[in-house]
Design a binder for this molecule. Structure first.
Ligand code: AMP
Ligand code: GLY
Length: 425
């Protein structure tokens, strides 16, 4: 069958890479794709916000499966539209994508169904929001309700910071995404991510991962989309995975169905492992970027039947096999990211660096024989190994072969897991 992947990031390159290994895949298209995907797929110009154009493309090119990578087209209802046209699409409906699109929606759902998460309040009025902060005390977490590209969360150490964050959000810093604020109790613990496919009625657990959101070594500096990740996350013991399934994922699936918007797609649960056990920080309704890159490296089975089963409702018939090894990815970003950065610098020596590792591209463009950097996060250098340390060593050896003076990366991706390994040996 012909398959269309929507998106331009490292996540979509990893999906295209995995899909391209499937005997079910004939032609693969990526919209818009990037310099790396161009090796495996035909990159096309197609505006995913123009649903008519996407439907036309699918009909004209006999597309049997559309894989929607990012959250924006999901929240905008692209999966609904494709479903209405009988085009198989992987990704939730707009109503179900509110799990990511509205933090208040998710918190209310958790409250109604006893899903463990931080205590919270929702406000569209700044005086009431500030009174709630004074009542609860600091530290406290202030969030824009809607999609804010990972920038809408402020951890306030003081009342003054909390009040400033409330004014910024309700004052329009995030546009319509900040029409409401969600204010949450600050949870203490270690973060981890858990992924599970869902077809509305069945769950197929995938794997765990941990990412590094902050730009600097030692987890300092501003938040980014993610500077690296690894899988599995050692904090997610078998017991924690079982509790996450029983206390968070399965109740969410049942709640979404009972409330009339069954969830079909991938649950990406951001968790805090607290003294009490796993608590939900947030849901995303798509694969993580760069978490997807490490999951795809560990997946042995064909992914295509699982994506189709999610859309068609027979996920109970799918089993997935995984490699036991660790996969680790280091993000190389343009100097200046997550602030302003230059575009157009040339990246050299990728062929040499790519021996024994996978380099997934994010913001790159192929220009004749050259690869140019065109985005903030640009490359994901991804390696596997029997230990986190070995995967890390392999990834950084490859990073060091890449000739890109305009780029930088963190040098400590995986440090928590490496410390655990060192302590155990
Ligand atoms: P979110 O976009 O909701 O995942 O929040 C971004 C980051 O803020 C999370 O990955 C956590 O590091 C942090 N965070 C969000 N909510 C909380 C909370 N209630 N307690 C502690 N940290 C939080
Ligand atoms: N890496 C975090 C995310 O994809 O949202």
């Amino acid at each position: 069958m012909n398959i269309l992947v929507i998106g331009a990031g490292g996540r979509e390159h990893a999906l295209v890479w995995k899909i391209s290994q499937s005997p079910l895949a004939d032609r693969i298209f990526a919209a818009p794709g990037n310099g790396g995907m161009a090796e495996l797929a035909q990159c096309i110009t197609l505006d995913s916000a123009d649903h008519d154009a996407v439907v036309d493309f699918c009909c004209n090119n006999d597309i049997g499966l559309v894989v929607i990578g990012p959250e924006l087209p999901l929240v905008a209802g692209l999966a609904d539209r494709l479903g209405n046209e009988n085009i198989t699409a992987f990704g939730p409906s707009a109503a179900a994508a509110r799990l990511e699109g509205s933090k208040g929606f998710t918190k209310d759902l958790c409250a109604r169904h006893n899903i463990p998460t931080a205590a919270y309040g929702r406000f569209d009025n700044s005086a009431a929001a500030k009174a709630f902060v004074r009542q609860k005390g600091c530290p406290i977490v202030i969030k824009a309700d809607g999609l804010a590209a990972g920038k809408g969360v402020i951890i306030a150490e003081t009342t003054a910071q909390a009040e400033q964050a409330i004014d910024d959000i309700l004052g329009g810093q995030f546009g319509a995404a900040g029409a409401e604020v969600v204010i949450e109790e600050f949870l203490k613990g270690e973060e981890a991510s858990f992924f599970a496919l869902c077809d509305g009625d069945h769950i197929l657990p995938l794997m765990t991962a941990q990412d590094h959101k902050q730009v600097g070594d030692g987890d300092v500096g501003p938040n980014t989309g993610g500077m690296g990740a690894y899988s599995p996350a050692p904090v997610m013991t078998e017991d924690m995975v079982e509790r996450t399934m029983d206390e968070i994922i399965l109740p969410t699936m049942r709640a979404m169905k009972a409330e009339g918007h069954p969830f079909r797609g991938v649950f990406f649960a951001g968790l805090m492992i607290t003294e009490k056990g796993p608590e939900l920080i947030e849901y995303n309704v798509r694969f993580g970027d760069p978490e997807c890159q490490v999951l795809m490296m560990r997946l042995k089975s064909d992914i295509v039947p699982a994506l189709i089963a999610c859309a068609e409702g027979n996920l109970d018939q799918i089993n997935l096999d995984w490699h036991d090894m660790t996969a680790l990815t280091v993000v190389m970003a343009a100097r200046g990211y997550p602030g302003s950065y230059e575009k157009g610098s040339v990246i050299g020596n990728l062929d040499q660096a790519e021996q024994g590792v996978c380099i997934f591209h994010a913001g790159t463009k192929k220009n004749n024989d050259q690869i140019l950097a065109t985005g903030g996060r640009v490359l994901n250098v991804t390696a596997t190994g029997p230990t986190v340390r070995e995967a890390q060593d392999k990834a950084y050896a490859a990073v060091d072969l890449i000739d890109w003076p305009g780029g930088f990366c963190r040098r400590d991706i995986g440090w928590r897991a490496v410390e655990r390994e060192d302590a155990a040996s």
